[in-house]
Design a protein around this ligand. Structure first.
Ligand code: DQA
Length: 146
């Protein structure tokens, strides 16, 4: 079996995990979460690269890289989820599976979080399970790409 390679992409303010609204997002840092994802994925014969940016353009450039360099992408686009048509179009331009992930249950929060402009171009959405949202996405991605 060839080893699949996936990109785990995090958007704005996710570099603040651990400090940011811990009652909503928990106390784990992004580094801790990424470490957990890497070891979980390793057990599934998947290799992960990790990237976080607060800037929309940098995220779009990375999404474009998925076309050539990865089998799929797990994406927490943060607040861009709710209004970035540019990120939506970038995902649509890449013929690889994307899974939308959220730590929090976006449907149980403010009204503006209930709408995602990227869901229609993603294979599926996982929200509300904290770090486990990413692990569930890794498991789903394995089935999509292997
Ligand atoms: C989030 C939910 C978004 O609404 C919010 O803007 C974030 C994080 C989540 O992981 O729960 O930055 O994507």
């Amino acid at each position: 079996m060839t080893k699949g390679k996936i990109l785990v992409l995090n958007g704005p303010n996710l570099d603040m995990l651990g400090l940011r609204e811990p009652e909503v997002y928990g106390r784990q840092t992004l580094a801790t979460i990424n470490h957990g994802i890497a070891s979980y994925a390793e057990g599934m014969k998947l290799e992960c690269d990790f990237f976080q940016s607060n800037s929309e353009g940098a995220l779009i450039d990375k999404i474009h890289e998925v076309r050539e360099n990865y089998d799929g992408c797990i994406l927490n686009a943060g607040a861009y989820t709710h209004y970035s048509y540019a990120i939506r179009d970038a995902i649509a331009s890449v013929e690889k599976p994307f899974i939308e992930v959220h730590l929090s249950n976006v449907h149980a929060r403010e009204e503006f979080r209930r709408h995602s402009v990227i869901s229609p171009v993603c294979k599926g959405v996982i929200a509300g399970f904290g770090m486990h949202s990413y692990l569930l996405a890794v498991s789903a991605m394995r089935d999509l790409i292997q």
